[in-house]
Design a protein around this ligand. Structure first.
Ligand code: CU
Length: 341
């Protein structure tokens, strides 16, 4: 909905005589952590084919929230407000919209000069570490423009792009203090346990069950067990194990739960151990956030929210391409965990 730049212009740009070896418009700081504050400094090293720049437009990535531009002497600044792709929680207030585009205009930056355009904001707490986010930039000059809007196709190196959009790599923790309220990406803490990225998958109409997936880390010194939980759309929640028996993937209920050893990180995922939401009362819809809970033998119960991926999705819906390698199911990954009881 926010991809408003004319992509057809890319083709035209690509066949222009390459005045190559010029610097790109880029961010000064190219890494940030989900939930952390971010000061965006856009560096503009030159004009448009020799012309002075009078306008700089920046489209903010969906993962960038609570943005405020810094006014700039000699330039007017305006913003476009729009809905966030995903609402986020700002100290108990649900924020549904904010600045999506910043325009610095009516300025004069000669081609021979360099300047910086600054804003502050925050990386959405639900953004996924390992992904790369892009802020397309358009520079406008008296008769021409430069469009920094290209993003790499799957498998393509960013360095192969002629006019890459400025990018920021999301990292698990940028090691900076100063964002005390910054939670990790969609994670919950319960005693010594850290529960992150609970997700599920959309189901066909009439399906009796849905799968539940989550990553659990035991930071304590005692083992605990995941014994079940709750799912708002289902009757009950079972813990299931997948195993390979003579080439056949089989699943069975773990009536005593799944052990989470001290220091271990256990990932429940399609094709592996999972939660099974049984007695589904209505279909799960992609994009839905379903309230639920996880229950542990010792740590107790914690309320979480399961994000729904499309039917058959192999990764949590917040996962982005272009970042960390997608997790594979490992050697035991067989059928994608579609099964009936
Ligand atoms: Cu199952």
């Amino acid at each position: 909905m926010l991809k408003i730049l004319p992509l057809a212009a890319l083709t035209a740009f690509a066949v222009l005589p390459a005045s190559a070896a010029f610097a790109h418009v880029a961010f000064e700081r190219t890494e940030a952590a989900p939930g952390a504050s971010y000061r965006g400094v856009l560096r503009v090293p030159h004009g448009c084919k020799g012309e002075a720049t009078h306008t700089v437009r920046v489209q903010l990535p969906e993962e960038m929230v609570a943005v405020k531009p810094m006014p700039k002497a000699g330039w007017s600044v305006s913003t476009r407000i729009g809905p966030y792709a995903a609402p986020y929680d700002d100290h108990g207030r649900t924020m549904l919209e904010g600045v999506r585009e910043i325009v610095w205009a009516a300025g004069n930056l000669p081609d021979a000069h360099y300047d910086e355009f600054v804003f502050v904001g925050r990386i959405a707490p639900g953004a996924r570490a390992g992904s790369v986010i892009y802020a397309p930039v358009v520079q406008e000059c008296a008769s021409g423009m430069e469009q920094w809007v290209e993003t790499p196709a799957p498998g393509q190196a960013a360095s192969a792009l002629k006019a890459p959009a400025p990018s920021i790599r999301l990292v698990a923790d940028d090691g900076r203090a100063g964002s005390p309220a910054a939670p990790a990406a969609k994670s919950w803490r319960l005693g010594d346990l850290v529960v992150s990225t609970p997700w599920t998958r959309a189901t066909p109409r009439g399906a009796p069950v849905a799968g539940g997936y989550v990553t659990i880390t035991n930071a304590g010194s005692q083992p605990d067990r995941l014994t079940g939980g709750a799912f708002a759309l289902s009757g009950s929640v079972e813990v299931h194990e997948m195993s390979n028996e003579g080439g056949m993937m089989r699943m069975r209920q773990l009536r005593d739960g799944l052990e989470i050893k001290p220091g271990a990180t256990v990932e429940l995922k399609p094709g592996g151990n999972h939660l099974m939401f049984t007695g589904l009362r209505q279909p799960v819809v992609a994009g839905q956030k379903v309230k639920g809970a996880l229950a542990f033998e010792k740590a107790g119960t914690i309320e979480v929210e399961f994000d729904a991926a499309p039917i058959g999705g192999a990764a949590p819906p917040t996962a982005q391409t272009g970042g960390a390698p997608a997790t594979t199911g490992g050697p035991a990954a067989g059928p994608s965990g579609h099964h009936h009881h």
